[in-house]
Design a protein around this ligand. Structure first.
Ligand code: ACO
Length: 437
């Protein structure tokens, strides 16, 4: 063992020293199990609630340098992909590892486009939801229901089957999302149109009324495509870890995506842009911004859309989104909340409180303003996020299944509960003093 590539650990309980190999700047948690006081001990574990410093996999998909504000898919900077690529091309890149040739892209787009239709029964399934059902709840449930239509998707070790399910999942996600939206509006469902682009077809399924043919606005179509690119993957975040965790039991990809989308549904993950809009509306006008910032600094509230667990610099996606916002507002008219957002950002970036804590705008600070200007209700924001993220979830799922080091995910625990005791007869029991969660 190269002594320069090891970690020496002395257990002061026993005085014993251990040499732990270092690989890729990490140590293997299992190497700690040899550290024991008594031979029959279980051995030392690593305690890391919320996985703030634990790598659960080796990955070759997405690279983030949070200090420098860098995001790359398969080595390509997000800025270049947002400028030059399309969502479908980026989805291919994320899944296959390389940019497609023109014939590969044509074939890939053909297959995704030809898998956008849903079984007619799914419409009835969606019809069963209340008129005011949250579209994310509909999409998650309908996605899980799709599992029953494709039993062959259970062959998760079969590369051909995985490829077919990827076409279906990326294709059908937009249709499910659009149907969920139309249901909430009481509007008839619009079927996919194959001669439109991926985002163009989505806009048609969402907003088409009686036009023949429906022509999406090219600026909005491109803006949506770029937003999908920006959300396509973000390495081992909460929903992606859910995708890998559920998938590690070899469950089919439909239920895995339903699980991942459920994780995304939470306000700390996919719901933050909704919180930004609520905050901007509450502030209401420019005069109230300084007072709001004062309250944030006093710990009374948070500046939503600012700060990130990984980025300690301007989120590179926020920079791109800010540019798209200008283009979208030229078509839709300026969102009046934008001025409040710009003023909050201006003050925050100059203020010691935010500078010291490295709080910068994240992807959610401006995305909600764009979605709102495009006519999306707030409920649809996490659904839009889920559409883009489907490519990343699938790529991470595939990487996990083909990684010989991966097994069913099964963390350990530090047990602090009651020691072994005998069953208490009913008449000797005492009422609980506190309620247990
Ligand atoms: N406004 C004001 N202060 C903040 C904010 C904020 N948005 N975010 C962090 N801080 C402060 C904290 O109060 C803390 O200050 P202290 O050291 O004086 O106690 C310090 O910055 C560090 O904050 P943590 O909560 O420890 O940072 P963490 O990495 O756990 O949290 C998070 C990251 C959850 C994103 C946080 O910044 C936040 O709540 N932001 C607002 C919500 C948001 O925009 N979420 C979207 C994230 S992007 C995404 O999920 C797609």
């Amino acid at each position: 063992m190269d002594p320069k590539k090891t970690l020496s650990i002395t257990d002061n309980r026993t005085g014993r020293t251990f040499e732990i190999p270092i690989e890729n700047d990490t140590v293997r948690a299992m190497d700690f199990r040899q550290i024991k006081v008594e031979e029959e001990d279980f051995g030392m574990m690593l305690y890391d609630p919320a996985f703030t410093n634990t790598a659960s996999c080796k990955s070759r998909i997405t690279y983030i340098d949070g200090e420098k504000g860098i995001l790359e898919y398969r080595g390509y900077p997000i800025e270049e992909l947002a400028e030059k690529s399309t969502y479908l091309e980026t989805a291919y890149l994320i899944l296959q590892g390389e940019l497609p040739t023109s014939s590969a892209l044509e074939e890939w787009s053909y297959h995704v486009t030809h898998h956008t239709l849903l079984h007619e029964n799914i419409k009835k399934f969606i019809d069963g939801f209340r008129y005011d059902a949250h579209p994310m709840g509909i999409v998650i449930s309908a996605m899980a229901a799709l599992s029953t239509y494709y039993p062959q998707s259970k062959k998760v070790q079969d590369a051909e089957s995985r490829r077919l399910q990827s076409y279906r999942l990326i294709g059908k996600m937009t249709t499910l999302a659009a149907f969920a939206y139309r249901h909430s509006r009481g509007l008839p469902y619009v079927y996919p149109t194959n001669d439109l682009s991926y985002p163009g077809n989505f806009l048609s399924m969402l907003f088409r009324m009686t036009e023949k043919p429906y022509k999406p606005d090219p600026i909005l179509e491109r803006a949506l495509d770029v937003l999908f690119i920006l959300h396509a993957d973000h390495e081992q975040n909460c929903s992606t870890s859910a995708m890998r965790g559920v998938g590690s039991s070899q469950a089919d990809p439909y239920v895995c995506i339903a699980g991942a989308a459920s994780a995304l549904y939470g306000p700390l993950h996919g719901g933050a842009n909704e919180a930004v809009l609520r905050m901007l509306s509450r502030i209401g006008n420019l005069d109230r911004v300084p007072d709001f910032i004062r309250r944030v600094k006093g710990g009374e509230t948070r500046l939503m859309g600012f700060g990130h667990r990984v980025y300690k610099n301007y989120d590179p996606r926020a920079r791109i989104i800010k540019r798209i916002a200008d283009q979208v507002f030229e078509v839709t008219g300026r969102n009046p909340l934008l001025d409040i957002a710009l003023e909050l950002e201006r003050i925050a970036l100059e203020d010691e409180y935010f500078i010291e804590r490295k709080l910068y705008p994240n992807v959610d600070f401006y995305s909600g303003l764009i979605y709102q200007a495009m006519g999306f209700p707030v409920d649809m924001f996490p659904v839009l996020f889920a559409i883009g993220r489907t490519a990343g979830w699938l790529a991470q799922w595939q990487e996990m299944l083909t990684d010989p080091e991966q097994k069913i995910a099964r963390p350990r625990q530090v047990f602090l509960g009651a020691a072994r005791r005998s069953y208490v007869p009913m008449k000797k029991r005492k009422p609980l003093e506190t309620t247990h969660a």
